[in-house]
Every structure is written in structure tokens, then in C-alpha cells.
Design a protein around this ligand. Structure first.
Ligand SMILES: *Cc1c(COP(=O)(O)O)cnc(C)c1O
Length: 386
């Protein structure tokens, strides 16, 4: 039996690693020392910095992107009897938010190249009951929201954006979140910026943001932090409608402000690494890499490839071969309508969704990844027929 010596052991390449530095540790420690750890002034700071960064009039911090999507639907008063068009080709939370408000998800298929909804895939799903469309910028690839709005606006259908993966991606020269729609972002560690858990809803106007702030805090007319600051407890709150506990903590928000300051350099690095993959894999038969769409730029939150019949092995066999070599990958984006929890909403065939979901996979991409790492991954893929 042969065993690998220390030097021969292959260093594992993870799928993703959050970029957390000393500045984050300092910021969270300062909040701990301040004695105010729940939603407070740091959440306000994070909201203002975030809104400015994406170019939105306002932003409301919440406990997750799922909560932000739920809140967006509540703000639009979407409920029982309403239909909301969503992609099945997304993380299941997109569908779940629609189910939470009692509305009916209607699955539209996606474009094979971007993995996103388009006006063409949405159009056949619109009925007189359609209230909204949730456009997902899948894996950070920005969807063409302008042409989707051209279809939806005249029909009175609201466009909401699931931008869980899309912080820092741009479309038609503006950052995602800055196109005048409600857009929900995630700060789960699997995304580019993290607050441990957390989400943000960017909003096109302040009045809507006021209601969003009440709904996220049990429907209270005056926040707990404001009552505290007023002193003496002589400010009484009112509960005009049923709210939720969707609050973010000041610990998370302090982390978020520092992370947001890194956005430019994180994306520059991701784009350079993505270009490195695209270059190394361009001549490999049967492999198509994710790329910037026309008029948009991608943050490469996830670098995915699609295999077609020209490739010598199945997606799962390639994943197994990479795993044997210490390279972590994930299957591509899920098809929600094939899961037991999503099946009941499915009416029409979704051929592109099923094809993409079964033939795509996500490759490692993280800030400290090196060109040697890229070489290692690409060589295994290019050598799949050997
Ligand atoms: C990650 C993700 C979510 C959920 O985000 P959470 O912050 O974990 O709630 C929703 N939609 C999409 C497309 C995602 O990728």
C-alpha cells in the first residue's frame, strides 16, 4: 500500500470562502463594547451606505434575503388569489416568499445563456391574475430588467428583483438595486458580502421604506431604538397592522458596513479570476462558461459552466472526478419545480430550466484563489477524456 507523503498531498480547493479581515473583527467588537447589540444606529448606517452604493433612494435591512422578498410582497399587498411569476430555476426561497403571502407562484422558463427570465419567457405566463414578477439575477448574472419592464408596466404587473446574488452587478450602466424596483439582497456567507445572516431591501421611495421599517419590527410605529433615545420611556408606540420580526442586529450591520467597503476590490478580483477560467476553458469541447450579458456586468458571485453533448462525461462524473482531486464543486442552480415542495405549482414544461439544472455546475471562486488553483481545476476539466 502506498501512502501520500506530506508534500504530495493535494491542497483542497474550496468552493467559496468569505473574505473577513481584522477590520470586521474590530467593528463587531466595538458594537459589543457599546452595549447596544440589537437593531440600532449601526443598522441605520448600513442602510444609508448601502442605498448610496447601489443608487437607490432608500434601503431597509432585514434578517435575510428571504425576509426581504417576503417584505417586498407584503409592501405590494400581494396575497391570496394573486399570481406571481417566478423562475423555477432559482434557490427555493424565491418560490417560498410567494407562498408565505398566500399567493400562487407561476413558473416561467429561463434563457439558456444567462439562466434568467426574459420578456419572452415571462409573456406566456401572464394572466389577469398576475400581480408581480420576481426577476432573479441568477448567480449574479444581471437580468435585462428594462425589456421585462416594457412587458410588465403596461399590464400593471409589478417587477420585483431577487438580487440575493447580485450585489455589485450592473445593467445598462446602473447597479442592481438602482433601477427603481424593490430589490432583495442576501448577506449569507455563500454570497459575496456577508453579515453571517442578513438581507437588504432597496426601495424606490421613502414612504414605502417607512412602512417596510414598521413591518420588519412587529408593526411598531416607533422603533425600540427611537424609544430608547427619547429617554424616560414616555414615547408610546402604536401597532397599526400585523408586523413581523425581520430585524437585523447592530452586530451584523457593523460587519456589513465594513464588508460593503470591500465590494469594489472583491468584484475586481472575482472578475479577474472569472476571465482566467473563461480563457483556460474556451477551447474545451462541450463546455460553456457563464459570461457578462449584453449591456451588463456580472459580479461572478458563482462561476458556473454548462456541459453539452460534446463533453466526454456526465456532469455528475465530472463533479466526482474534481472531488477526487480535492476540488469542491456544486451542482448548478436547482429546478424548484422538481422538488417535492415545488411540484404542486408546476403546470407547464420547463425544458431549459431542466436542461440547465442537470448539466451545469459551479466551480470554486474566492478572493484568495490563485492562478495555480485555476490551472488545476481547468486541467481536470480539459483532460476529462483521458
Ligand atoms: C441565497 C438566495 C436566497 C436566500 O437568501 P437568504 O439570505 O439565505 O434568505 C434567495 N434567492 C436566491 C436567488 C438566492 O441565491
Amino acid at each position: 500500500m502506498t501512502t501520500l507523503s506530506q508534500s504530495e498531498e493535494v491542497r483542497p480547493i474550496p468552493l467559496m470562502r468569505p473574505m473577513i479581515g481584522e477590520a470586521e473583527v474590530e467593528a463587531v467588537s466595538a458594537v459589543l463594547r457599546s452595549g447596544w447589540v440589537a437593531q440600532g444606529p449601526r443598522v441605520g448606517d448600513f442602510e444609508r451606505t448601502f442605498a448610496k452604493r447601489v443608487g437607490a433612494p432608500d434601503a431597509v435591512a432585514v434578517s435575510s434575503c428571504t425576509a426581504a422578498l417576503h417584505l417586498a410582497l407584503l409592501l405590494m399587498r400581494v396575497g391570496p388569489g394573486d399570481e406571481v411569476v417566478v423562475p423555477s430555476f432559482s434557490f427555493i426561497a424565491t418560490t417560498n416568499a410567494v407562498v408565505y403571502v398566500g399567493a400562487t407562484p407561476v413558473y416561467a422558463d429561463v434563457d439558456l445563456v444567462t439562466g434568467n427570465l426574459t420578456a419572452t419567457t415571462i409573456a406566456p405566463c401572464l394572466t389577469e391574475r398576475t400581480r408581480a414578477v420576481i426577476v432573479v439575477h441568477q448567480a449574479g448574472v444581471p437580468a435585462d430588467i428594462a425589456s421585462i419592464a416594457e412587458l410588465c408596466d403596461p399590464a400593471g404587473v409589478t417587477v420585483l428583483e431577487d438580487a440575493a446574488c447580485a450585489i455589485g452587478s450592473t445593467m445598462h450602466g446602473a447597479m442592481i438595486g438602482g433601477h427603481g424596483n424593490l430589490a432583495a439582497f442576501s448577506f449569507h456567507p455563500r454570497k459575496i458580502l456577508t453579515t453571517g445572516e442578513g438581507g437588504m431591501l432597496s426601495l424606490p421611495d421613502r414612504t414605502l421604506a417607512e412602512r417596510a421599517r414598521r413591518l420588519r419590527e412587529h408593526g411598531m410605529s416607533v422603533s425600540a431604538a427611537e424609544r430608547h433615545n427619547a429617554g424616560g420611556g414616555m414615547v408610546f408606540e402604536e401597532y397599526a397592522e400585523t408586523g413581523y420580526n425581520f430585524r437585523m442586529t447592530d452586530l451584523q450591520a457593523a460587519l456589513g458596513v465594513v464588508q460593503l467597503g470591500r465590494l469594489g476590490s472583491l468584484i475586481a478580483r472575482r472578475r479577474a479570476l472569472a476571465a482566467g477560467y473563461q480563457f483556460r476553458l474556451q477551447d474545451v469541447n462541450g463546455v460553456t462558461c457563464v459570461a457578462d450579458p449584453p449591456e451588463g456586468t456580472c459580479n461572478f458571485q458563482s462561476f458556473w459552466i454548462r456541459l453539452d453533448t460534446g463533453f466526454p462525461m456526465s456532469r455528475n462524473d465530472l463533479m466526482a472526478r474534481l472531488a477526487d482531486a480535492g476540488v469542491a464543486t456544486r451542482r448548478g442552480i436547482m429546478a424548484t419545480h422538481l422538488e417535492p415542495a415545488g411540484k404542486r405549482w408546476c403546470t407547464d414544461a420547463l425544458p431549459v430550466t431542466e436542461r440547465l439544472s442537470s448539466t451545469s455546475m459551479i466551480l470554486p471562486l474566492f478572493h484568495e484563489m490563485t492562478c495555480d488553483d485555476l490551472d488545476r481545476v481547468a486541467e481536470i476539466i480539459a483532460g476529462a477524456d483521458r
